[in-house]
Design a binder for this molecule. Structure first.
Ligand SMILES: [Zn+2]
Ligand SMILES: [Zn+2]
Length: 399
């Protein structure tokens, strides 16, 4: 590993920030403690910033390079929020907020961006500006969209924007990326099927929503297997099926389904939405039930642009060596609101390896959103050096 020396030297300091942030996790739009912590550091380092973004706790700081003749700027982004999980790591710096936990490693992302910020502010070996974006409410809160709606990229125009996510499924010392989609678009759906209730022994006088909804479940499952192009990736998961009162002798009036759809391409995304509507209408007709479909597009796929992946791959190679950079990593069907930033700007989202193959029982080998997960602090200098190199390579001084 050849992380930037000046960043490697502050690994202990970065670890201190990360473990401090880890103890005070707050969820969607409540990230006041992290926000105050970051602002304190920025003030200490004399870096100008604006705050109050995303309804309160988002921050954007700006550093100007030794030169600003390029007139260009690049954005670096970290998310700030935690999850509603009761931490079970038993670590000395375990969450002090009951029922809340940094189980997605956003504490690590903030520490990485702070490390890059400190280094870039001291060295300024670039021509242009860097905007450091600390974004709240990634976990289902669409904080990225909120900041964009509030004029983030009007006030801070950027050539491109970049982010990392720590990745327990990739060993420490490796970085994974790819051109095109790396995370999926996320949709949710809520379906209510209404029939006619009555005695279980007199079905002819009822319209049974359970039979209709059972067929609906199977028909919706056929979209991925029978309609979506087999070379594309898509998921339809029905996660709730609720009907009945608990009684054995009553046909209920209503059945409800809740679930999620994940897609990587706009084609599959549009097709699945269309098929949902058609299938719901078809089931309504066949069974004489009423089917109410509430289909919500939650977030777009996170799609990396080719030229910026070239920049990211070169920056990563500077830090960990080209042999440790996978430029054709497998996309995941999880969602990420950074996709909204990549919809309006060019840029990259990459997986920062943090797993430890030698110690599979280590906390930092647990998956994201797990009560025993912990961010691997050895990934801090790699992440911060990688982000710093994006700026030094993307805004070169000697051009
Ligand atoms: Zn997460
Ligand atoms: Zn996350």
């Amino acid at each position: 590993m050849v992380a930037i020396k000046k960043i490697q030297d502050i690994q202990d300091e970065m670890t201190g920030w990360r473990q401090e942030l880890h103890q005070y996790p707050q969820t969607n739009y409540e990230e006041q403690i992290a926000s105050d912590y970051i602002k304190k550091k920025l003030t200490e380092w004399n870096i100008p910033f604006t705050d109050g973004w995303a309804g309160g706790y988002g921050i954007v700081a700006t550093i100007e390079g030794k030169k600003n003749t390029s007139g260009k700027a690049i954005g670096l982004r970290a998310d700030m929020d935690a999850l509603d999980i009761d931490e079970k790591t038993g670590l000395s710096y375990c969450s002090k907020h009951e029922g809340k936990m940094h189980a997605c490693g956003h504490d690590g992302h903030m520490a990485i961006l702070l490390g890059a910020t400190k280094y870039l502010n001291e060295t300024r070996n670039f021509d242009g500006k860097v905007h450091l974006i600390f974004q709240p409410a990634e976990e289902g809160g669409r904080g990225a969209d909120k900041m964009i709606e509030e004029g983030l990229f009007d006030k801070y125009p950027c050539e491109s924007v970049h982010a990392v996510h720590n990745w327990p499924w990739l060993p420490l010392g490796k970085i994974g990326m790819r051109v095109g989609p790396i995370m999926a678009a996320v949709d949710t759906f809520y379906i209510t099927v209404t029939g006619k209730e009555g005695h279980a022994a007199v079905p002819q006088g009822c319209i049974d929503p359970i039979v209709a909804t059972s067929e609906l479940v199977l028909a919706l499952q056929s979209i991925v297997s029978r309609n979506v192009d087999p070379t594309e990736s898509a998921v339809v998961s029905i996660t709730n099926f609720n009907a009945g009162t608990g009684a054995f002798n009553i046909i209920p009036r209503e059945a409800k389904l809740v679930g999620t759809v994940r897609t990587l391409s706009p084609t599959a995304h549009a097709l699945i939405q269309k098929r949902f509507k058609e299938i719901c209408d078809g089931i309504a007709q066949i069974h004489g039930v009423e089917v109410d479909l509430d289909y919500i597009v939650e977030s777009d796929a996170t799609v990396n642009t080719a030229e910026e992946i070239e920049l990211a791959a070169a920056a990563a190679a500077d830090v960990i060596g080209a042999e440790n950079v996978d430029t054709d990593t497998t996309p995941f069907m999880t969602g990420e609101d950074f996709g909204s930033m990549l919809k309006v700007l060019k840029g990259t989202y990459v997986y920062l390896g943090q797993g430890r193959e030698d110690d599979p029982k280590a906390h930092n080998s647990k998956p994201l959103h797990h009560a025993e997960y912990d961010f691997n602090d050895n990934a801090l200098p790699i992440g911060a050096s990688y982000m710093a190199r994006i700026i030094e390579r993307g805004l070169p001084l000697d051009e």
